[in-house]
Design a protein around this ligand. Structure first.
Ligand SMILES: [Zn+2]
Length: 497
């Protein structure tokens, strides 16, 4: 971990040095690598702790971020040990094979499917790590492997929506949300999942998703970094034995997660959705657990949440195999706070002074950062927009700035027209920012992916920048105090000048 940090630092230094004379200010919300997140020292000892500590030996090293594709996953599945049975269950709309990975010969069938939404990849990464776990031996976990293989029959369907993953989008190639296709079953991916349930007669189902990073866990300044639901199987939201079992297992998983991400677990509202897979699986007799991986500060690539999924799913499977879930108090399910949607932003400037037609107003201003795909959807850059303006005292930011006493000023356009991005990089941007210049006219505008991590906005010559504060805008701003510009906010990033 230390070494990695050092490498990052060296890279940063190299990048800064290679930018010529430019002295760039540093973004204040540089996210730490996920490896620096540590669980509290008072961890309960137990299986989950041992899995947590041994995780690195099982982590699938070829998958390092969320934007992997079917072509990255398929060879890993086809190369699995003969311990597993790997079979194609059919093809996606665009003809990509969808695989089932099966292990274990126990009496209890369990079906786990991930990424039915193409841009929700966290659990797929964890399933690949779990396959590596099953292939290892002689490391103190053989007893667990033996228990899982003799008690359970595990059916994994990783990456149910490969066409969506290809373009990093929620829906499949038909533009259909597979999670609203459980009744009509028009998409081949939906039919594959339904057929797998019929064939396996799964007693337990794990429905693995990601949710957006702006949910809070209840009315608290905590992100809903993992959310659960034991879906209802009817409008009345009745709880029969199977749904009750799912709730008990969730209680156990929540208890485990509280050791690592205290307060950052949420629960979905259980309104019955007649077209969704989770609700129908429950209706068809499978004890279904929806798990949603959300946002966590410092973990945009979700590598820490991937690790927690690895630990949580194996711990849950142990609880099913051993029957330990039966001891969990079902009523504790109701104590998990509901997800509060739209409560989070990436950056909030608190109580800044803003002038409008000669009068001064105090406002909070919030930004969110959207991922914009490029490089065949394998990479992304972040593009900001103002997500709210006003009294945001009930809202939270991954990054917050106390703007009391600061006056918000629109950035200025540098008068000289520059040839290209090379010429821009020759300028002393730090010096120019301190004079209020945020916006540069370039004859040849580079791709935003090239400069959107830097404190500059680029426009075509003669174009007026949209540097006014307005909802959904992306203005370049400065924060002035005592007659000097002390911070800049450019593309939703806060820079100290
Ligand atoms: Zn989803």
């Amino acid at each position: 971990m230390k070494l990695f940090h050092l490498v990052v630092t060296v890279l940063l230094v190299f990048v800064l040095l290679s930018c010529g004379p430019t002295a760039e200010p540093k973004a204040t919300d540089t996210e730490p690598v996920s490896d620096t997140i540590k669980p509290p020292a008072n961890l309960l000892s137990g299986l989950h702790q041992r899995l947590y500590e041994a995780y690195d030996t099982f982590k699938e090293a070829s998958i390092t971020d969320r934007r992997f594709k079917h072509a990255d996953v398929e060879p890993l599945l086809l190369a699995l040990d003969t311990l597993f049975q790997v079979q194609s269950l059919g093809e996606s709309v665009e003809g990509r094979p969808i695989y089932e990975v099966q292990i274990g010969s126990g009496e209890t069938p369990v079906l786990l499917w991930s990424q039915m939404h193409g841009d929700e990849p966290t659990a797929t990464m964890a399933l690949l790590d779990i396959f590596n776990f099953f292939q290892a031996s002689g490391d103190g976990f053989d007893e667990l492997r033996e228990l899982l293989r003799t008690e359970l029959s595990l059916h994994f369907i990783p990456l149910l929506n490969p066409d969506g993953a290809e373009v990093y989008e929620r829906r499949n190639a038909l533009g259909v949300d597979l999670n609203r296709d459980a009744l009509r079953l028009q998409s081949p991916e939906s039919r594959i999942l339904k057929a797998a349930r019929e064939r396996t007669q799964a007693v337990w189902g794990f429905n693995l998703h990601d949710q957006n990073r702006y949910y809070a866990a209840g009315k608290h300044p905590n992100t809903a970094s993992v959310s659960f639901l034991a879906p209802a199987y009817n409008e009345a939201k009745d709880v029969d034995e199977g749904r009750g079992d799912a709730m008990q297992l969730i209680v156990l998983m929540n208890e485990m997660l509280q050791q690592y991400i205290p307060g950052k677990v949420g629960r979905y509202d259980d309104t019955f959705e007649p077209r969704a897979f989770g609700d129908n699986m429950q209706k068809w007799g499978t004890n279904t657990i929806l798990i949603e991986s959300g946002g966590l500060a410092g973990d945009r690539e979700k590598q820490y949440l991937r690790k927690l999924h690895f630990v949580m799913i194996l711990t849950a499977l142990e609880a099913i195999a051993s029957g330990a879930y039966e001891e969990a108090p079902q009523t504790a399910y109701e104590t998990i706070p509901y997800n509060a949607s739209a409560d989070y932003h990436d950056l909030i400037l608190r109580e800044v002074e803003r002038e409008y037609e000669g009068k001064v107003y105090i406002t909070d201003i919030a930004f969110r950062l959207n991922e914009v795909s490029f490089n065949d959807n394998k990479s992304f850059y972040l593009r900001a927009h103002i997500s709210d303006i006003g009294d945001l005292s009930t809202q939270y930011g991954y990054d917050e700035f106390d703007g009391e006493g600061y006056r918000l000023v629109s950035g200025r356009t540098y008068e000289q027209v520059l040839a290209d991005y090379e010429a821009l990089q020759q300028l002393d941007l730090g010096h120019l920012l301190r004079q209020g210049y945020t916006t540069f006219q370039l004859k040849q505008r580079p791709s935003r992916s090239l400069y959107y991590t830097k404190p500059v906005e680029v426009v075509s010559p003669g174009t007026q920048p949209a540097n006014k504060v307005r909802l959904f805008g992306n203005p370049s701003l400065l924060l002035e105090k005592n007659g000097t510009y002390q911070y800049a906010v450019i593309n939703g990033q806060l820079y100290e000048l």
